[in-house]
Design a protein around this ligand. Structure first.
Ligand SMILES: Nc1ncnc2c1ncn2[C@@H]1O[C@H](COP(=O)(O)OP(=O)(O)OP(=O)(O)O)[C@@H](O)[C@H]1O
Ligand SMILES: [Mg+2]
Length: 333
């Protein structure tokens, strides 16, 4: 589409109150400007589009589905939560290039379904995301859901196994039954049970059954959704478990280069004092997860704002860094 067509369609989407088309068209205009190397304009357009008060409301919506959500028989709790993420930005996910490349391959593979079929091949659909807490496993899945325009079926593994262990197989079956006919990204989040309690004599029999059950259902799944299991448990690095997935992606703590980008990302909302040398903070945050860095940066911004300043000072950052380090120390990290 030419820019004229895009603007016309944008107006039509606006008058029809068609939010989805409006944002898609607006994104297309931004990308067009980027391709023309009008980077400043593209950035300004993006800010104008997303920095409104409404933005957070728009990024996540409950997704209307035309079948009942599966529930735990005993507690009645829903076993899945279906969400549609929109307009989450790939650029806001800061990971080493090789990991981002792997995530891109998930998207490319999925989009190449038809071409692969001509080679008698199917796209990879089963992934295991592994890594320390706060390294972006869940966040990456939300971003994939947004970019691929696929609703996210979020399965909290804890809810699946919370009641009687005996109910677990039935709960898992219900979830797989629920996802079987549609195209989703399905996230089995915090499947840490797979690696936990292996040496616990009392529990290990039950746990093993649950794990085997889950792995078997993953094995048998031959639908068209992308299935991702996420865990921060290191024991998962067991080849017997790896084998069941098409790919295993390991999320590591950010190195210097990523830490710098993450600090800049989460401090971008406020003007910064000229005295601030980010290098110092990049160095001092070694061992921090992206989530830790985000919290530290947000704390610094809050500290500045609540004390009546609209320019972030070195003291604000130093204050939040020290506080955060103390907290990590108290947690024994
Ligand atoms: N790589 C990243 N780049 C930018 N922001 C990140 C990144 N990783 C995490 N964050 C921020 O930290 C928040 C928490 O991260 P997330 O929930 O994805 O961690 P996780 O790896 O799933 O941790 P857990 O193992 O505890 O579930 C995210 O919502 C996001 O705001
Ligand atoms: Mg998570």
């Amino acid at each position: 589409m030419t820019i004229n067509d895009l603007i016309k369609q944008l107006f039509i989407a606006f008058s029809k109150k068609d939010d989805d088309s409006f944002y898609e068209l607006a994104e297309e205009i931004i990308n067009l400007e980027k391709r023309k190397k009008h980077n400043i304009l593209a950035k300004e357009l993006k800010e104008a589009l997303y920095n409104s008060d409404n933005f957070n409301v728009r990024t996540k919506r409950n997704y209307r589905i035309n079948k009942p959500i599966p529930r735990d028989n005993d507690s009645g709790f829903p076993l899945v939560d279906v969400k549609k993420y929109n307009y989450l930005d790939w650029e806001q996910l800061i990971l080493p290039e090789n990991i981002k490349y792997e995530l891109e391959q998930i998207i490319n593979g999925y989009r190449s379904k038809e071409v692969l079929a001509t080679y008698n091949l199917a796209p990879k659909l089963k992934y295991l995301f592994c890594g320390l807490p706060g390294t972006g496993k869940t966040y990456s899945v939300k971003i994939l859901s947004s970019i691929m325009n696929l609703p996210l079926v979020y399965v909290n593994f804890d809810a699946i196994i919370s009641s009687y262990l005996g109910e677990t197989a039935s709960n898992l079956r219900k979830v797989f039954e629920f996802i079987k006919d549609d195209n989703w990204i399905v996230l089995f989040d915090e499947v840490d049970i797979i690696g936990k309690n292996r040496d616990d004599q009392h529990e290990s029999g039950e746990i093993k059954r649950v794990v085997n059950n889950f792995l078997q259902m993953i094995d048998n799944y031959n639908g068209e959704s992308i299935i991702i299991a996420a865990t921060n448990h290191p024991h998962i690095l067991d080849p017997a478990i790896w084998r069941r997935f098409d790919e295993v992606i390991i999320f590591e703590l950010p190195r210097k280069k990523e830490r710098e980008k993450i600090i800049k990302l989460y401090l971008q909302t406020i003007k910064k004092d000229k005295n601030i040398t980010l290098d110092y903070f990049v160095k001092e945050t070694e061992g921090f997860s992206p989530s830790d860095i985000k919290t530290m940066c947000q704390d610094a911004v809050i500290h500045s704002v609540v004390n009546g300043r609209d320019v972030l000072s070195l003291d604000d950052l130093d204050y939040s860094l020290k506080k955060f380090k103390l907290r990590l120390k108290q947690q024994g990290k």
